[in-house]
Structures are given as structure tokens and as C-alpha cells.
Write a protein that binds this ligand. Structure first.
Ligand code: MEV
Length: 428
């Protein structure tokens, strides 16, 4: 069984950290971990992934610790360039353990494909014709061979929408509701839309224009919840009640104001995207879907909610679309993404999606806790100082020495880092 609680991880060196992760994981050995993270994506593979490739671009991969999701410990790989995100999420996951960690659930992995049908004479008659032939259309599409269908997926439903109050001639939009199982599903849906198109044209007498998936995956929803006992929230001079009420007041701000909600949701996405990227999934799709979902009421608002229960515990909930896969695409070809899936021991796309949304919730709580108490900059300080030290030329032990000196002086600037480095190197 994997354990996600590894005390003192932060103080270990790189080799010791990898060893600890391999020991703590029930599935991954050190050599797999080493080769995925050292060799990573080969140039040869990259050359076949996108166009005009001239090299690779690396980002840090950290491990989100302490996560317990649906009763299971999970070591969470997070790829991100921003300091404090991995530490923040790990710390909140630790607080959440007191009440069993995160409880997450997801809908069936249903994606939507859209066909825009132009030049239809009578939109309402055409809509009815499609609906009358729905079963036949579903059966027709499901006869085409595809790996998703082999895994039990396929078209589940067809819906038709009419847009007739427009400045141009009205049109129909046909939705294919596609159960994509463990795939993200974009290719399968786009193919199915193209396959269905001649049938729709024949039925409606119209012309199918766009055929493409929708990134508003609002049939593929994940909810995650955590309950934090108020005493867990106390730190420094802040009482647990103060922190809890501060987080709830911060949430109230995001709930009513789109300017704040955007930043609040960006904090959620700090956690979400880090895992989405680590697993080779399409983070632009996730971002687009998340923000559209946040505006589903007609007003952009917070994706998460924070409240207190009858016992005074802090309760956080996050609900959002999560169109990720564990088969195909970059997930299949990137060795680090493969390692990430293995490390988390996820057996289905839904399980991965539940982890991702739980990390988003943890990260949201980390940001709100900091903002509601000491402010966001303090936590950033030491990692920011290390980055400045590295950019000033420090390496090895000198990074920590230069960084700590700048934090102590509350003077984190490149010029100061260069001076401190010079002094340390000349033995002053
Ligand atoms: C920074 O990357 C994210 C935050 O701005 C999120 C928030 O304000 O809630 C700290």
C-alpha cells in the first residue's frame, strides 16, 4: 500500500527523495522513477509530437504529499513553475487527513460533440426528424470500430438545439453524447461527428458546417469535499475560528465578484493544472471548461464553496468538469506522464479526475488560508529567494545560504544575491 505521509521530505536531497518515493509507492521502483525523470521525453519522440521541433522544454516535477482520497493514500506528481503550490497543497492535504482526507465522486465520462447544421428550411421539423431517428443514428455510429467502444464506451444520446433568434439565418446544433471511458476523447468525438455528418445532412436537407467536441464538458463532472476540524486550522497567533471564518469570508468575496472569482479560480487551477500537465493531459481544454463552468449561471463565480458545519468544522467543496484520460495522447508517449499514472495507481480516467479536483480544492484552501491570515508573500519568500539565488549564479549549498541571508534581511533582489554570493565565495 502506498503511503503519502513522508515526514522531513523537504530536507532530503534529490536522490534521497526519489528513494523515499519509490519506497512509499506500492507500484513504482526506483529505476522506473529514475529513468522516467532523468531521460524523460526523448527528442526522437518529441519530433513526432508537434511541428517544427528544435528541442525540449523542462519544468520542475514535485510530489504533493499527504493526500488521502476516497480512503486511499496517493502520492501526487505536480508539474509547475510557481513556488509554494506543491507545499501549500501538501500542507492542506495533511490538515484534511484528520477527517478522512478528500471524498470525491464523478459522473460517467460523457463528452459532447457538436455539429452545426446550416441551410435548414424548417428548423423545428428537422429537429424532430433527427429525434425520431435518434436510435438508428446512435446504432449507426456505434457500428464504427474504435478503441473506446472496445472498452465499453460509445454514443449514449443525441440532442438537438435550435438557434433561430439570430442576425444570420438560424441553424441547428446536434450534440453527440459520447461515453469515452478512460480516454480524454477529443479524437474519438471529432471522428464520430464527422462520421455522423452525412446522415444528418440527409435527414435535415441542411449542410453540416462545424464538427467538433465541446470543451464545456458539463456531463463529465467531478466533486470533491473535505472537512477540516477547526483546531487544525490554528497557527502562530491565529485561532482556528479566525482562520476558518477568514476563509469563508474570502470565499464570499469570490462568490459575488468576478474580479476576485477569476483569481480565486486561478488558485484552484494551480493545483489542477499541475497534475493535468504531469499526466500529459490537455490543460487548455481543462482551463477552458473550468472557466465556462464557473460562468454557467450567467455570472462568473467561484468554482469552490467554503462553509462551516454544525460542529464548527470548515467544509470545502469543489465541483468542476474534468476531461482527462489515462490512455492515448501524450499520456501514452511521455515517460514521465506514464510514471505519474503509475505512481498514483489510477485504474480509470475518473479516478485520475477525482485526484485532480481534490488537489485543486487543497490548493484553493492553501491560497485562501494564506490570504486570510499572514498574506501570500510570506510563504513565497524563501522559494522566491532560492530562485533569485540560482539566477544570480549560486549552486549547491550556496543556494540555501544566499536565499536564507536575503530572507533574513528581507531584501530579495538579484543585486543583493550577487553580493552575498561574491562574499561567500571569497570566504568573507
Ligand atoms: C497565485 O498563483 C494564486 C492566488 O492568487 C490564488 C488566490 O488569490 O486565491 C494566491
Amino acid at each position: 500500500m502506498t503511503t503519502s505521509r513522508i515526514s522531513g521530505f523537504y530536507n532530503l536531497n534529490l536522490d534521497e527523495r526519489r528513494k523515499k518515493i519509490a519506497e512509499s509507492s506500492s507500484l513504482l521502483d526506483l529505476s522506473t522513477l529514475d529513468s522516467a525523470l532523468t531521460t524523460g521525453l526523448s527528442l526522437e519522440t518529441a519530433l513526432h509530437m508537434v511541428e517544427n521541433v528544435i528541442g525540449l522544454y523542462a519544468l520542475p516535477l514535485g510530489i504533493g504529499l499527504n493526500f488521502q482520497i476516497n480512503g486511499r493514500d496517493v502520492l501526487v506528481p505536480m508539474v509547475i513553475e510557481e513556488p509554494s503550490v506543491v507545499a501549500g497543497a501538501s500542507f492542506m492535504a495533511k490538515l484534511a487527513r484528520a477527517k478522512g482526507g478528500f471524498i470525491a465522486e464523478s459522473t460517467e465520462p460523457l463528452m459532447i460533440g457538436q455539429l452545426q447544421v446550416l441551410e435548414v428550411d424548417n428548423l423545428y421539423e428537422a429537429k424532430q426528424k433527427i429525434l425520431d431517428n435518434k436510435q438508428e443514428l446512435i446504432e449507426y455510429i456505434n457500428t464504427f470500430p474504435s478503441s473506446i467502444k472496445k472498452r465499453g464506451g460509445g454514443i449514449r444520446d443525441i440532442e438537438v438545439r435550435v438557434f433561430d433568434d439570430l442576425i444570420i439565418r438560424g441553424f441547428l446544433v446536434v450534440h453527440l453524447i459520447y461515453d469515452v471511458r478512460d480516454a480524454m476523447g477529443a479524437n474519438a468525438i471529432n471522428t464520430a461527428c464527422e462520421q455522423l455528418s452525412p446522415k444528418i445532412e440527409a435527414l435535415t436537407g441542411g449542410k453540416v458546417h462545424l464538427k467538433i467536441l465541446s470543451n464545456l464538458s458539463d456531463r463529465r463532472i467531478v466533486k470533491s469535499k473535505c472537512v477540516i476540524p477547526v483546531k487544525e486550522l490554528a497557527f502562530d497567533s491565529f485561532s482556528g475560528e479566525e482562520v476558518r471564518d477568514g476563509i469563508i469570508a474570502a470565499y464570499a468575496f469570490a462568490a459575488v465578484d468576478p474580479y476576485r472569482a477569476t483569481t480565486h479560480n486561478k488558485g484552484v487551477m494551480n493545483g489542477v493544472d499541475a497534475v493535468v500537465i504531469a499526466t500529459g493531459n490537455d490543460w487548455r481544454a481543462i482551463e477552458a471548461g473550468a472557466h465556462a463552468y464557473a460562468a454557467r449561471s450567467g455570472k462568473y463565480t467561484s468554482l469552490s464553496t467554503w462553509s462551516k458545519d454544525n460542529e464548527g468544522n470548515l467544509v470545502g467543496e469543489l465541483e468542476m468538469p474534468m476531461a482527462v484520460g489515462i490512455v492515448g495522447g501524450a499520456t501514452k508517449v511521455h515517460p514521465a506522464a506514464q510514471m505519474a499514472i503509475q505512481l498514483m495507481d489510477v485504474k480509470s480516467a475518473n479516478e485520475l479526475a477525482e485526484i485532480i479536483v481534490s488537489v485543486g480544492l487543497a490548493q484553493n484552501m492553501a491560497a485562501l488560508r494564506a490570504l486570510a491570515t499572514e498574506g501570500i508573500q510570506r510563504g513565497h519568500m524563501s522559494l522566491h529567494a532560492r530562485q533569485i539565488a540560482i539566477s544570480a549564479g549560486a549552486s549547491g549549498d550556496l543556494i540555501e545560504k544566499v536565499a536564507s541571508q536575503m530572507v533574513l534581511e528581507k531584501n530579495i533582489r538579484s543585486e543583493r544575491a550577487e553580493e552575498i554570493l561574491k562574499n561567500l565565495e571569497s570566504g568573507k
